[in-house]
Design a protein around this ligand. Structure first.
Ligand code: SAH
Length: 345
């Protein structure tokens, strides 16, 4: 087992059987987490980067079977932030020490190329020392290029699963695995710090699917990787499926750190949702980013991707003091910094 962890940490790929053992074998996971933490400290010390997450719209034209804001969910409450509301979130976030703003949303047709371009330009003009990350789903390459020229630095687009048959079980036929992967290639080629990622324990996911995720990460070399447990949402077709486990999610975080030593890996909100110390444990298993919620308090409950999504306390941007003390207690420190990938330096 130690040999396998060493081998992975030295940059080797593993055989299917070796991967299978690390993913589902009976061994001391703490040793894996400790090794991942050691690798993270070699490249990023004990720094934890914070991102202010602004959820700009809960309208979505897509129909992902797992997601609470899917088009078919007639019970979802929909909202969309105005430009002014977004700028107000940034102003508040800047005061709190955020130097990255993440604009995330459903795929909302209201967000035209020009609308997003203007928002990105305005934020970059007002806060030249900040990074802007977009997470607005699949768009034509041209949009990504225009937003990059407007100053967007990073883009998060989780691949969700690297197995095409599995992707097709999580999405309706109109949504294509091939196109999502093409979008990721385009983003990286344009020059974005690019984020991929996947859910752990999503319906129908097999160990082989998770091995495919690890191999995809190794090949694609994203700058960022978002990994969280699947959590059911009561108004989706997957309402009755079990959530992903803490241990399996931490295992995937740790294996990702060993596979991509330089990656920016968030301890995700979903991880914090399934366990009160989930995010701290994520940090101790190789993660080095947290993304507190900077959306206006009035709309926070409506960006409901899954049930019981946390958005108060240390998860909320205004709870930053609490977050800092939790991070410190876990052995790290929150830093005021853009927190770019060391690969960009
Ligand atoms: N529309 C954007 C943002 C999606 S929301 C895009 O397409 O990228 C951000 C992430 O939330 C998704 O990529 C997905 O991995 C995650 N998510 C959605 N529903 C979830 C659920 N039920 N449980 C856990 N994570 C979920």
């Amino acid at each position: 087992m130690t040999d396998l962890i060493d081998s992975l940490a030295s940059g080797n790929d593993l055989s299917d059987d070796e991967w299978r053992f690390l993913l589902e074998g009976d061994y001391d996971r703490q040793r894996l987490f400790d090794r991942a933490d050691k690798v993270r400290r070699q490249h990023y010390g004990t720094d934890v980067y914070i991102r202010g997450l602004i959820e700009i719209s809960s309208f979505c034209k897509n129909d992902c079977l797992y997601c609470g804001i899917r088009r078919s969910n007639a019970n979802a409450e929909r909202y969309r932030l105005s430009k002014e509301e977004i700028y107000a979130c940034c102003a508040q976030g800047y005061e709190l020490g955020f130097r990255t703003f993440v604009l995330q949303g459903g795929e909302d047709a209201y967000h035209t190329t020009e609308w997003v371009e203007e928002v990105v330009s305005a934020i970059k003009e007002k806060y030249p020392d900040c990074a802007v990350t977009l997470s607005l789903g699949e768009r034509p390459q041209e949009d990504y290029e225009i937003w990059y020229k407007a100053g967007a630095d990073r883009y998060l687009l989780r691949h969700e699963t690297a197995s095409r048959p599995h992707y097709e079980k999580l999405h309706p036929p109109q949504q294509s695995y091939k196109y999502r992967m093409l979008c990721l290639q385009n983003l990286k080629q344009i020059g974005y710090q690019t984020g991929a990622g996947f859910m752990v324990g999503s319906p129908f996911q097999s160990t082989d699917d998770l091995i495919a995720d690890m191999r995809f990460l190794r090949e694609f070399q994203p700058h960022m990787v978002g990994i969280g447990p699947f959590i059911p949402h009561h108004d989706t077709p997957f309402a009755a499926y079990p959530q992903g486990t803490l241990e399996q999610t931490l295992t995937m975080v740790a294996l990702t750190r060993l596979t991509l030593p330089h990656a920016l890996i968030p301890a995700t909100t979903a991880l914090g949702t399934i366990h009160p110390q989930g995010r701290e444990m994520g940090l101790q298993a190789g993660a080095n980013v947290v993304m507190p919620n900077l959306s206006p308090v009035s709309v926070r409950g409506q960006y409901s991707l899954y049930d019981n999504k946390i958005c108060a306390g240390e998860e909320a941007a205004e709870g930053i003091a609490l977050l800092k003390s939790c991070v410190t207690a876990a052995g790290y420190q929150v830093v005021v910094s853009r927190g770019d990938s060391v690969r960009m330096r």
